[in-house]
Design a protein around this ligand. Sequence first.
Ligand SMILES: Cc1cc2nc3c(=O)[nH]c(=O)nc-3n(C[C@H](O)[C@H](O)[C@H](O)COP(=O)(O)O)c2cc1C
Length: 416
Amino acid sequence: MRLAKSQSRWTSVRGNCRYASSTQARDTYSRFHSTPHPLSPRPVAATWFLSTSSAQYRNTNTSNLHGMQDKLQSLAFRERLAAAYPWTKAPLIVGAPMRVMSGPELAVAVSRAGGFGFIGPGETPEVTAADLETAKGLVEASGIPQSGSASTLPIGVGFQLWNGNLAIAASAVRRYRPAAVWLFAPRNGQPDVDRWTTRLREAAPETKIWLQVGTLQEALDAVRSASPPDVLVVQGAEAGGHGRASDGIGFITLLPEIADATQGSGIPLTAAGGVADGRGVAAALGVGAAGVAMGTRFLASQEARIKKGYQDEVVRATDGGVNTLRTQLYNHLRGTFGWPDQFSPRTIINRSWVEHQAGTPMEELKKRHDEAVGKGDAAWGPEGRTATYAGAVIGLTRRARNEAVEIVRRLSGLSH
Ligand SMILES: Cc1cc2nc3c(=O)[nH]c(=O)nc-3n(C[C@H](O)[C@H](O)[C@H](O)COP(=O)(O)O)c2cc1C
């Protein structure tokens, strides 16, 4: 069975690999459960929803096998991740790869504090190897215990598929053996992901493959593929940076749906998008995540590779539903073209957006943008004009300056 390949990559847990498709999932489910599968197309009485949901919260109905099985599965997944990444503490907090801004200092600081730090893609593909070299030195100096297969670096590295260079990426991964790679943004969906997965696994068999998805379909394509990932990152619509352009939803809704549809695939889910503190972490674990990734929150950390004006704006801004949105405008002002249509970045709005809405022509916006770039830190802020990619969670980073590593320490104290 194809999924067994992914399953066998995890040495610490003998999970069941029962099914890969939602149809198979429903069939298998009905053999073990007296209640309808949540994906059942048949309508059920309203009281069924009331009884199952209240029982889950009161936790008194022992016939609620579905809830219990979910819980056991997500606990098994948490243990599996803990075994694969022994320097981490529960619950698993992940420093998401952010292009340029998650450099080696941030990634190693997160891993040193008991989380799992990822380096983001660099300005050019060649930068990744240089970042990994720096990270290797920082890891050696910091004494972080190596991961299970002692030869891997206790950090991860992210790759952006649509404009990434697979040969250069594979060479860096072969040389530095990060504990995981995080793949995102294929131009042509799963076939592109499969190509990267296969090549990177050949380059470094111990390195786990994490894949970031933003829809149920992307998740199903991944678990049904010939090269399923080791971990799925379920990115909700609130996430900063690039995500689904128009069909994203919050992970509170998306993650449990993906968990139901991929149950039995043996692939743990990590939540991303809109989490900046312990309340969000608890919510993510509550809907079945085995770990929680944060990006925007870490933009406010000392170790982020970010300009002061940008960081100040991330910390200052609030009310993310009003003051952030997804648009290609800033990509185009920066001269970045070619992102696949299905993705666009969430950014904090400023003068460029306001004037774009008021009808100012693109050439004029570009001229004003380029002038603003020369003004240093004043290029950001409400009167600024440059890209300030960040998530809807900005209002929760306000008190967070310099606390990113501290919060990982505190969250690590929460129990499984
Ligand atoms: C500035 C910025 C840059 C990002 N760059 C990348 C990237 O290069 N690759 C990637 O997979 N995700 C990228 N992301 C998305 C993160 O991986 C993650 O999904 C997101 O930050 C989680 O949501 P949050 O920002 O609300 O914590 C970026 C996010 C931000 C804020």
